[in-house]
Ligand binder design. Structure first.
Ligand SMILES: Cc1ncc(C[n+]2csc(CCOP(=O)(O)OP(=O)(O)O)c2C)c(N)n1
Ligand SMILES: CC(=O)[C@@H](O)[C@H](O)COP(=O)(O)O
Ligand SMILES: [Mg+2]
Length: 650
């Protein structure tokens, strides 16, 4: 069967085991070839080929509902449900999503991108099914990484006590993005090696069906195991019946076990052992997580095609490097990550300071509160966390950390549009939601030097500090010395004689300056590096100049920098002067390249300069040639405004 001819998973039902096995190999080749051009989540999908085939062979999607936790491993499911022809568009604007998407197919009953939601959603779907007297199985496929998430544990607890049937397929490959850190796995290992368990497994392997030990009587398996002095394992502690583990690359074994689960009364866990990256050596051997999500690569050599721009480094690395330098002098500094050590560039720190490094698993809430505990105990924790995953830990930031004035420093990585991962991952809301929390500091550096200075300054502070920085790279230029930046201070730069003011932040500051230089536009460009507290004195001064002001923000405007400026201006009680805002709307932003998304949302540099030119045209016509106010309250021509303070550390 040709992959591109697959229209409906029902087509699989007529295939023999050898035909299914050869289809599995074709799917692997297709994934490698296709993702080598588009990039995407390769190794999780290579690992789940046979399991997805078996699921579609045994169940009847869309009547039976298949949920893939996170959804990054749903590519094979997409191929089997008629979406192979669209793979060339994967994760591009208007193309196939990298996750399950309800609007994309009736075979996607749920969508995510963040981990550990599928069990709760599956229970919800099962309740809806039963209350409305509908039929069909609800099946959640959840990885060993996703199962470390608190939500998954909460859901297991609830499913175990409910009558609504959910089938939980536990995809265990010992890996999250990097090696998985899950204490509970030791219990599963005990279970696997037990004598009683092995005899049950032999029954499954031999296809003894319907084995009284497996059908209806799964609780008796539990009794057998308990009676055999075996630790019943995590799932049984939650009151769930358990099947497995089965070899996730053995189709007959998978099919038999899933059929057993289908016939079983009540919720049941099917434990499947798979190999991440299966069938492609570089991905299969990977233990750092490089092959989890890949850029385009050469399938023959396994070499990634994009190696970044010369002289640039990732923001994550610049920040991690600054933390590491400070940690060399301050033994109180610890680093925590909720399972993102590779993406956050923390592997060097982990190797250098293994006792001070904590990969907490996919557990953002726990990570933040654990950091709070460390701070309360006298340490100086640094939590490295992606902006969109920080959404999970809002209460922990507010209730556990900020309310107790604990000095935790947060590196908010992947801030702003991230692009291809889409609406679930855009890091565009953190300024807005963090601004609501009293006493915290929220900032963003414009370049590498400012990044390391902000890290240094944050560790001098006694309340929580959030330093946000985008996905991608910037010029690596930075001094050996780290200098203190006074909290809440902005700086500005004049390009020519300013006729307008642009207030912006992050890498946009230098981009706007560059373009103003090239275009010969007279601009004051303000580096609004603190979102909270803002530089109130400077805001008042800027507006007193009487020049047109544009706030150029690359995150949602609602609650963002423009809101902070408006709040500041409103404090005086006088009418708030008008200013123009270019920023993201109050909306979810879909997947696509950052460039495409910025253009579509009207927040590209070109959009800013179009506005500036239109504005200056209008003003010139209105003023009939009269020049605006002389801006000379501060040093001009490229001189930064207020100095960045003193204090230094070499
Ligand atoms: C809340 C949240 N935190 C972190 C992530 C990043 N993330 C995506 S997939 C993944 C690993 C998932 O591991 P597992 O569930 O075992 O699936 P596998 O890739 O091994 O198949 C992580 C950490 C996420 N998507 N959501
Ligand atoms: C699915 C998921 O949540 C991660 O794999 C994410 O795609 C990683 O993003 P980065 O590539 O920015 O590290
Ligand atoms: Mg895994």
């Amino acid at each position: 069967m040709r992959i591109l001819d697959l229209k409906d998973p029902g087509q699989l039902k007529t295939l023999s085991i050898p035909q299914l096995e050869s289809l599995a190999q074709e799917i692997r080749s297709f994934l490698i070839q296709s993702l080598s051009k588009t990039g995407g989540h390769l190794s999780s999908n290579l690992g789940i080929v046979e399991l997805t085939l078996a699921l579609h062979y045994v169940f009847e999607s869309p009547k039976d509902r298949l949920l893939f936790d996170v959804g990054h491993q749903s590519y094979v499911h997409k191929i089997l449900t008629g979406r192979a022809p669209r793979f060339a568009t994967l994760r591009q604007r208007h193309g196939l999503s990298g996750f399950q998407k309800r609007e994309e197919s009736p075979h996607d009953p749920w969508e995510a991108g963040h981990s550990s939601t599928s069990l709760s959603a599956a229970l919800g779907l099962a309740v809806a099914r039963d209350l409305q007297k509908e039929s069909g199985e609800v099946i959640s496929v959840i990885g060993d990484g996703a199962l470390t998430g608190g939500m998954a544990m909460e859901a297991l607890n609830n499913i175990g006590m409910r009558k609504e049937k959910v089938i939980i397929v536990y995809n265990d490959n010992d890996m999250s993005i990097s090696p998985n850190h899950a204490g509970f796995k030791n219990h599963l290992t005990t279970l696997r090696s037990s004598r009683a368990y092995r005899s049950v497994k032999r029954d499954v392997k031999a296809g003894l069906e319907p084995s009284p030990a497996l059908l209806n009587g799964l609780s008796s398996i539990r009794d057998v195991l308990r009676d055999s002095l075996v630790d019943g394992g995590l799932f049984q502690q939650f009151g769930l019946d358990y099947l497995g583990p089965v070899d996730g690359h053995n189709l007959p074994e998978l099919i038999r076990t899933l059929e057993t689960a289908r016939e079983h009364h009540g919720s049941v866990v099917v434990h499947v052992r798979t190999r991440k990256g299966m069938g492609y050596a570089p991905a299969q051997q990977d233990r750092t997580g490089q092959w989890h999500g890949v850029p385009p690569f050469d399938p023959a050599t396994g070499r990634f095609r994009s190696s970044g721009c010369a002289g640039e480094e990732s923001w994550s690395l610049i920040i991690a490097d600054a933390v590491s330098r400070l940690a060399a002098k301050d033994p109180r500094i610890t680093v925590l990550t909720p399972a993102m050590a590779n993406g956050s560039k923390l592997l060097q720190f982990a190797a250098k300071y293994p006792d001070r490094f904590f990969d907490c698993g996919i557990a953002e809430e726990h990570t933040v509160t654990a950091a709070g505990g460390m701070a309360a105990g006298g340490l100086r924790p640094f939590v490295s966390i992606y902006s969109s995953f920080l959404q999970r830990a809002y209460d922990q930031v507010l209730h556990d950390v900020a309310r107790q004035h604990l000095p935790v420093v947060f590196g908010v990585d992947r801030a702003g549009l991230v692009g291809e991962d889409g609406d679930t991952h855009q890091g565009i809301y953190d300024i807005a939601f963090l601004r609501t929390i009293p006493d915290v500091v929220i900032c963003q550096p414009k370049d590498a030097q400012e990044a390391q200075d902000l890290v240094y300054s944050a560790f001098l502070h006694s309340d929580p500090c959030f330093i946000r920085y985008p996905r991608g790279t910037t010029a690596a230029k930075r001094k050996d010395v780290l200098e203190e930046i006074q909290t809440g201070t902005w700086t500005w730069f004049d390009e020519g004689t300013p006729e307008q003011i642009v207030i912006t932040y992050g890498p946009e500051v230098d981009r706007v300056r560059e373009k103003a230089k090239v275009n010969g536009t007279g601009l004051r460009v303000v580096n609004a590096r603190f979102f909270k507290p803002v530089d109130e004195a400077m805001i008042r001064e800027l507006f007193a100049m009487g020049l047109p002001v544009t706030v150029f923000e690359t995150d949602v405007s609602q609650g963002g920098l423009s809101s902070a400026i408006r709040d500041c201006l409103a404090k005086s009680g006088d009418p708030v002067p008008a200013f123009h805002v270019i920023g993201l709307p109050d909306a979810f932003i879909p997947h696509g390249s950052v460039r495409a998304l910025r253009k579509e949302e009207g927040i590209s540099l070109e959009d800013l300069f179009d506005w500036i030119e239109r504005k200056s045209g209008t003003d010139n016509r209105q003023a009939e040639g009269t020049r605006r106010v002389d801006a000379g309250v501060r040093p001009s021509s490229g001189e930064p405004g207020p100095s960045s303070g003193n204090g230094s550390l070499s």
